[in-house]
Every structure is written in C-alpha cells, then in structure tokens.
Design a protein around this ligand. Structure first.
Ligand SMILES: [Zn+2]
Length: 230
C-alpha cells in the first residue's frame, strides 16, 4: 500500500513531547524529506517536567529539550518547528489547545498530519491521548472559516488537511519502507542526550523496525493507521 501513497507537499507531525515523533514516525519523516516534502514538527509541550535533577528548573529544561529537538529534527531534514509550550504532564483536551493546534495548521498548511493514535487501547499517558485528540480536533476546526475566526488574516486562511497518519497505533493499515532512513532515526534519537542514554534502547528501535518490516518482506518499516478525511 505504501508504494501507492501519494507524497504530500507539506507533512506536519503533531505530538506531546520532545522525542515522541522521533520514536514514532521519524524514519518516515526523513524519507519524506529526502523526497522533497517540506516537513514540520509541532510540539504541544517542551518536556519541562521530566527530570530527576533537583537543580533543574522547568524553564531551563524546556530550553534544553527544544535545543535537542531541533538537533534531532536536523538529522531528519525537518524544516520548521512550532513549540506550543504547554506544561509537560498537564495537557488537557480544551478549546484553548484545540485553537492553538488549529492556528498552527492554518499557518503551516500541511496536506498530511502525523500524530499519536488517540484511539490506541490502554494508552495510559494522558499527554499522548490529548495530543492525538487535539490534532484531530484541530484538523476539523482548521477547515471551516467560522471556527476560530479571530485567527484569520492575510496568509492565515482556513485550511483542509485531507490525510492523517496515526503513529503508535495497534491497528496499522499502512507501512513505509524505512530501511534507507533508519540510521537517521537513530541519529535523531541520539540527539535527545538528556533523555536517551541507554544504547540498548536504540538497539530495540532497530529490532522494532525490523519486526514491523518482516511482516511485509522489508528490512525495516514504520507502520501507521492511515485515515482519509472526507
Ligand atoms: Zn511522550
């Protein structure tokens, strides 16, 4: 199925924390970028709570994580970054967050959105659930001019996203051959130096890509739930 996938012009990944997309869809993003797609990362939080260091402040941690995310994105050819800077661990489904995601979509105008599967069963991390819901709800809000009309001005118009890829899904229906870009994914993960220190984790990511690929006769793959929106 992936062979028939029409390449988007602009692909935006919307996710909760620095590193989520690098785990979930970065080899595919790198593949898109290699094929001339303009790729964008939109982060809802900057991971400003995830530390055991008693001397670290949330502001300093957010700055560090954003720097790492930019370095990771550079390995993948990500062109633009949107940081919405909500507090880590405290994302809630709200009209405010939906509006912010809607604005990012209207400004960046992706024709493909990648996000965390909010329908994944037993997804216990609230931020991952909320990121997926907010992305989907933001997509719907972005397409009609009477939703969040105060956002509309020259260059920021209502915008329809026709296609979505959900990552971290348990019900994939499309896969991408990432044997060529898996090394870029590993390099991106390594760029999160304050979060990912265990080399065994990187080996597990290679094994995961190999296991996903094996089902389709590929060396390495990333799998998604693909939605075409009417
Ligand atoms: Zn996360």
């Amino acid at each position: 199925m992936a062979e028939k996938f029409e390449l988007p012009k602009r692909a935006m990944a919307i996710f909760a924390h620095p590193d989520d997309a690098d785990f979930g869809c970065s080899a595919t993003m790198a593949l898109f970028a290699e094929m001339g797609v303009h790729t964008i990362y939109c982060l809802l939080t900057s991971g400003n709570k995830g530390t055991h260091d008693p001397k670290m402040s949330p502001t300093r941690l957010a700055r560090l994580r954003e720097r790492e995310q930019r370095a990771a994105g550079a390995e993948l050819g990500v062109k633009d970054f949107v940081f919405l800077r909500h507090d880590d661990g405290e994302l809630e489904v709200s009209m405010k967050l939906r509006g912010e995601v809607c604005r990012a979509i209207r400004e960046m105008k992706p024709d493909l959105v990648l996000t965390q599967d909010p329908w994944r069963p037993y997804q216990i991390h609230p931020d991952h659930r909320v990121a997926g819901w907010s992305a989907m709800d933001g997509i719907i809000a972005a397409r009609d001019h009477l939703f969040f009309p105060e956002q509309l001005r020259r260059g920021v118009t209502h915008h329809r996203v026709p296609r979505v890829l959900l990552f971290g899904t348990t019900e994939p229906n499309i896969w991408f051959d990432v044997s060529r870009t898996l090394d870029k994914k590993i390099a991106a993960l390594k760029a999160h130096t304050s979060q990912i220190r265990n080399p065994a984790l990187l080996d597990r990511m290679r094994q995961w890509a190999a296991t996903t690929g094996r089902a389709w006769g590929l060396e390495a793959a990333e799998a998604f739930r693909y939605l075409e929106l009417g």
